[in-house]
Ligand binder design. Structure first.
Ligand code: SF4
Length: 393
């Protein structure tokens, strides 16, 4: 990582972008905001993101929705899943652990399953012990721990995360670098970094989540661009369940176009820890550790690009229960929770003027007229075993 300078990436020449795990697997992604209810009231939190009123749907409805998502995804050829839960604070939903158990129980019928949550980490250690037990069958489990300096106890926050990391959970701390508190947050970021935890510095979005606020001074932008190096400290934990029934892969709509490219110019050990891959017009591949950095580079306008959001990814958002392609997309919802929805049958052009959420920008997409791969061809899936990676939890 220290030999790789993100400021060298020729963003104006990039023709395709995508998270590596989406480019290389039959992975369907769901970002699910279970509700806006949160037990913190941070001074910088936007009203759309949190509420003091409970706004959760029944656990049975959540389980039914999960079943329908998996059914439609499988009909489109995807049988690996990534579910990412957030809120509000997702751990406050009374049926949350039951929903995760339901998800974990289906792992044997999939090629791969991963689970993510964004949490303020407010539950106690006893709750997290149950969480560890329930999620054991899942191949990979990760947590983005949002550090809110006005409410969280810094030491307890660090201790819980070190315990989870020790148990094989992939941890990243997100710190929204509110311009007003920038220096204090920068010191906290170093505190966690020196404890051996990954820290991502997130620019603050505006009140409609459509752009980054403009209160940053150039030196602040510079620090956020370079950030703190990600550290790979998570140890390998053997999965509880490894027996699977592998279905036959289905043909993908444009699989004939999908040509594997050789990785150029970088040692494997460096690129392995980077989440996102990009292809430039001269055929070179570029990488970035976290899509969160794109906003700091102003790389967030993909209008007219062919995007696989809505075909291989959705978001579910409360309070209206809308199911959409993704967070930033201006498209009409694909449906509503409890009322039905239909996924796209293939990737579709982006109609939005900005793509500011990192969850959106890493969904594979390509400039119109280019043929960069958006998901693996059947041949590649067969070569790679069309299944879970060797390393997992
Ligand atoms: S805004 Fe939506 S459709 Fe456009 S690139 Fe981002 S995720 Fe894709």
């Amino acid at each position: 990582m220290k030999n790789y300078d993100f400021t060298q990436i020729p963003f104006d020449q990039i023709e395709s972008v995508g998270q590596k795990s989406l480019l290389n697997k039959d992975l369907f992604c769901v970002s699910w905001l279970l509700g806006r209810y949160c037990n913190y009231s941070c001074s910088y939190c936007w009203p759309y993101a949190s509420s003091t009123q409970k706004d959760h749907r029944s656990t049975e409805l959540l389980k039914d929705t999960m079943r329908e998502i998996k059914k439609q995804s499988r009909e489109r050829g995807f049988n690996s899943f990534h579910f990412s839960f957030s809120g509000g604070e997702p751990t406050l939903h009374k049926g949350y652990l039951e929903l995760l158990q339901h998800y974990a129980d289906d792992t044997v019928n999939t090629n791969f399953q991963s689970l993510h949550m964004t949490s303020n980490l407010s539950p106690g250690k006893f709750w997290f012990k149950k969480y560890l037990e329930v999620t054991k069958p899942i191949d990979k489990v990760s947590i983005t721990a949002s550090y809110h300096h006005e409410f969280a106890d810094r030491e307890q926050f660090r201790e819980k995360l070190l315990l989870l990391q020790e148990e094989g959970i992939y941890i990243t701390i997100n710190i929204v670098m509110v311009p007003e508190f920038f220096q204090k947050l920068w010191i906290n970021a170093h505190y966690f970094h020196h404890a051996g935890l990954n820290v991502t510095l997130k620019p603050q979005s505006n009140s409609t989540a459509t752009a980054v606020v403009d209160a940053y001074e150039p030196w602040m932008r510079d620090l956020m661009k370079k950030g703190l190096p990600q550290q790979i400290k998570t140890k390998f934990i053997q999965r509880k369940s490894s027996v699977r029934v592998l279905p036959t892969p289905k043909a993908k709509p444009d699989s004939a176009e999908l040509v594997p490219k050789t990785r150029l110019g970088l040692k494997k050990s460096i690129t392995d820890s980077f989440q996102v891959e990009m292809n430039a017009s001269d055929g070179k591949k570029w990488y970035i550790d976290q899509a969160e950095r794109f906003n700091a580079f102003g790389f967030n306008n993909f209008k007219d690009w062919e995007c696989s959001a809505g075909f291989r990814s959705i978001i579910i958002r409360e309070p209206d229960g809308s199911i959409k392609r993704s967070y930033s997309c201006a498209d009409k919802p694909l449906g509503f929770i409890g009322k039905g929805f239909k996924l796209f049958d293939q990737p579709a052009p982006c109609i939005s003027s900005s793509c500011v959420s990192s969850a959106d920008s890493k969904i594979p997409k390509r400039k119109p007229g280019t043929k960069w791969p958006l998901y693996p061809s059947i041949e590649i899936m067969e070569q790679t075993g069309f299944g879970p990676p060797v390393v997992g939890r």
